[in-house]
Design a protein around this ligand. Structure first.
Ligand code: GLN
Length: 605
């Protein structure tokens, strides 16, 4: 099935293919051989998907588009301060080949005009046995994810006729912007401009810039992250020659064009665009390229300064322990205490990228919660990235909360583990999942409000078991005689899902997990954890249906077991016993349903 995105690009292509305005560059004789009908459009997404229409695989020379990327390499080689001392970043308003320097400083206005680009070539260092052009070609190749080669004819043609650029080279030498005979630098510049690319390459290069310097098709880092904003900055202000102001006003994307007919445009963080069509306007920009980018920006709402969406706040959901508790079923008194004081435990589920604007609502919530919370759990399961700013804020708020007696925990931290540890979180404050974090929080809350001995002493005698609450002495005596006792080692499966059920289990010592197998049996999903005094296996027992889940011993376990046959015998001895047991079971099930309803309503937000 054809993607509507591709259909849209095909429409766009058809819209401007008939346009005959503009003139193929001929001041470099070899460029005049380009076919004016060549026309390609390509969008590359940040995850490496390409949408291509028209002549997206036709090779042509990159020309001035190379200037943006070699500026990145110069910054990596020399650092920002040094490069800025030689080449400015002000739009010049002059033609790309102007023979001019900034009055006062004597530096080229910016790296996107020829003077600045030639100076930029001089900043690139021959290194590790590689010449300047080899390093530039390798750098641009990493950005494109393809090996780029010099078009020797275009290079020769440009070198033979590039008298104006030579004049600029010598002017730079005169003003001390380049420190050596400019010959080698000029040849490097001509070769760099003669690197062969395709429209698809331009889109991938743009997507690499959009993707913080990592080429989305190869996964390789091509541009140091710290200079991506510098490169995009000069593209935004100076990338379209003396039409740069109009361009950023109308299209709103950092871009760079070349006299070969290419344009590369970047929507930072999102996508890259490549357009190729050789006929140029008076400024040297591709006529069709500009039309296509204007329509793309308008019709796909890409203008940088009118973002159609802002990132979602990082706060996905918040609840407290009186609404949602751990999977562990607590004895009635403890369960009541958690419901009553549960507001002191708060869980915040985070999502998306953590950057200043998305994380600010989380900070706001934490500041507000500090007054009535004691423990806060941050769930990172749906967090996709965390920038240094959000991590710093998190670390600061953690320290401040600790000072006012509130402990901050994290769970589901995955690949953020290291970042959290190096931002002040203790390993003990990091839990695998919400459940284990909640359990720990509940333990400390219960210790505080009920004292350390809120757990029942084991083994729990039959009268202490919840199921037998309605029973009198005679009932209990009879039950004791008719119920087998069985012990299980840690990890053993007490009940298997799907098996036939005619027994009800009463746990007198140890704890068990009720769980479902997930992900092709590799993991278990925990439904419940039960401890001594509780019973299990009652659902299938009542429904006379197969077991709905597995029950596994979490530690050495002792159970008393009531079979359906034994209950029938007991009923003749103690009339009404079945009713008593069923009444109690219904109570337990309905209180569990109440908890589940509470939880569902909190989690639906
Ligand atoms: N190599 C070309 C020149 O210096 C590049 C110009 C351009 O693409 N604007 O003239």
């Amino acid at each position: 099935m054809k993607s509507p995105i591709l259909a849209f690009l095909q429409d766009l292509h058809a819209r401007y293919a008939p346009l005959t305005e503009g003139k193929v560059a001929d001041y470099i004789p070899e460029l005049s051989k380009a076919n004016p009908n060549w026309f390609g459009i390509c969008i590359a997404t940040r995850d490496g998907q390409l949408y291509e229409v028209g002549d997206t695989r036709q090779r042509f020379t990159i020309q001035s588009i190379s200037k943006a990327l070699s500026y990145g390499l110069a910054l990596e080689d020399r650092g920002e301060d040094h490069v800025l001392s030689r080449i400015g970043v002000e739009p010049s308003g002059e033609a790309f080949n102007a023979i001019s320097l900034k009055p006062g400083s004597g530096t080229p206005f910016n790296p996107m005009i020829n003077a600045g680009a030639i100076a930029t070539c001089g900043q690139v260092l021959p290194k590790d046995g590689e010449s300047r052009i080899q390093r530039i070609a390798a750098y641009l190749s990493r950005c494109a994810g393809e090996t780029l080669e010099v078009d020797e004819e275009v290079y020769r043609s440009e070198s033979e006729t590039g008298h104006r650029n030579r004049a600029i080279g010598w002017m730079l030498r005169n003003f001390g912007i380049v420190d050596e005979d400019p010959h080698d630098i000029l040849e490097t510049y001509f070769q760099q401009c003669s690197l062969k690319v395709t429209c698809a390459d331009l889109a991938v290069m743009a997507a690499t810039l959009a993707n913080q310097g990592i080429n989305p098709t190869t996964g390789e880092r091509a541009i140091a992250q710290e200079y991506v904003d510098n490169v995009l900055g000069v593209m935004a202000t100076c990338g379209m020659y003396d039409w740069s102001g109009e361009w950023i006003y109308r299209v709103g994307l950092p871009a760079k064009s070349g006299v070969g007919g290419g344009i590369m445009a970047v929507l930072p963080g999102q996508l890259g665009i490549g357009v190729f069509s050789p006929p140029l306007d008076a400024q040297g920009n591709s006529v069709r390229g500009i039309k296509v980018c204007m329509d793309l920006a308008r019709e796909l709402a890409l203008h940088l300064f009118n973002p159609s969406a802002s990132p979602q706040p990082a706060l996905r959901l918040g609840y407290n322990a009186s609404q949602v508790v751990s999977r562990r079923r607590l004895p009635p008194a403890a369960s009541q205490a958690v419901r009553r004081y549960g507001e002191r435990i708060r869980v915040l589920e985070l999502q998306g990228p953590l950057i200043f604007s998305t994380f600010e609502p989380v900070v706001r919530t934490l500041v507000r919660q500090a007054a009535y919370c004691q423990q806060v759990v941050l769930n990172f399961k749906h967090v996709v990235s965390a920038d240094p700013v959000s991590l710093r804020l998190l670390s600061q708020i953690r320290t401040q909360l600790a000072a006012s007696g509130v402990t901050l925990f994290c769970c589901h931290v995955g690949r953020f583990n290291r970042a959290l540890l190096s931002n002040g979180f203790d390993e003990k404050a990091i839990f695998a999942d919400t459940d284990s974090a909640l359990e720990a929080c509940e333990n400390s809350l219960l210790g505080e409000v009920l004292g350390q001995d809120w757990r029942l002493p084991e083994p729990v005698p039959l009268p202490g078991c919840l199921l037998f609450r309605e029973c009198n002495q005679d009932d209990l005596k009879a039950l004791d005689q008719h119920m087998d006792e069985r012990t299980y080692a840690t990890g053993s499966i007490i009940i298997e899902r799907g098996s036939q059920a005619d027994q009800l289990f009463v746990l007198t010592a140890g704890s068990v997990e009720i769980c479902l197998p997930t992900e092709g049996n590799r993991k278990r999903q925990r439904l419940d954890v039960l401890s001594a005094s509780m019973s299990f296996g009652e659902m299938a027992f009542i429904e006379e249906a197969p077991r709905s889940a597995d029950v596994v011993a979490l530690e050495p376990v002792t159970c008393r077991i009531l079979s359906r046959g034994a209950l029938a015998v007991l009923e003749t001895q103690c009339p009404g016993l079945t009713t008593k047991l069923l009444t109690q079971l219904v109570r337990q099930l309905s209180s569990r349903l109440r908890i589940a309803n509470n939880e569902v309503s909190a989690l639906r937000g």
